[in-house]
Design a protein around this ligand. Sequence first.
Ligand SMILES: Cc1cc2nc3c(=O)[nH]c(=O)nc-3n(C[C@H](O)[C@H](O)[C@H](O)COP(=O)(O)O)c2cc1C
Length: 171
Amino acid sequence: MKGQKVLVIVGHPDSQKSQMNRELAETWNAQGQTEVRWIGETALDVAAEQQAVERADMVVFQFPLYWYGAPACMKRWMDEVLTWGWAFGPDGGLLKGRGLACSVTVGGRLADYRAEGKHATSLDELCKPMERTAAYVGLKWKGVLGWDRNRLSEIQAENGLARALQSLVSD
Ligand SMILES: Cc1cc2nc3c(=O)[nH]c(=O)nc-3n(C[C@H](O)[C@H](O)[C@H](O)COP(=O)(O)O)c2cc1C
C-alpha cells in the first residue's frame, strides 16, 4: 500500500451473518490509509460514495460470490455510483489513473474455480464485468484475489493476511 490511499467497498447484504468478509474487512480496516465502507441493502448516498472514491488511489471490491457473480448490493454500487458525467462521458473520467481490484470469497473450494475444475471457470473470468468496467472508466485493473474458508484460515494462522491484501493493491 506504501502511501497509497485505499478504498474498500464491502458488498455484502448482511454484515451480522458474514464471517469471511467481516474478517477480511477487519484486516483491511487495520491497514494504514484504508477506508472500508460496508454496502448493504440500504440506500446509497451517491455523492458520499463518489467523494470516497475521489479520496482514494485504489478501489477494492470485497464481496462474496453469489451465483457466480457479485451480490446485488455490489452491482448496485456500480450501477448507481459510476455515473455519466463523473465516471465517464464528456465531463467524466474522474477515475482515471486510480486502480481497481476484487477480493472475492467463495462458499465452495477455491481449487474448483478453474477451467478444468468443477465450476469450469475461474474467478478471473467471473470478474470480467469488473475488469471491463475498469477499462471503460479508465481504472487500472489490478486483478482478483480469491478466498475460501481453508485458504483464509491458513493465511490467518501464518499471520500473512495483511501482506496478501497489500500485494493486491501495491504497484
Ligand atoms: C445467494 C447465494 C449464492 C451463492 N452462490 C455461490 C456461488 O455461486 N459459488 C460459491 O462458491 N458460493 C456461493 N455462495 C456461498 C457464499 O459465497 C459464501 O457463503 C460467502 O462467500 C461466505 O462469506 P461470508 O462469511 O462473508 O458471508 C452463495 C451464497 C448465497 C447466500
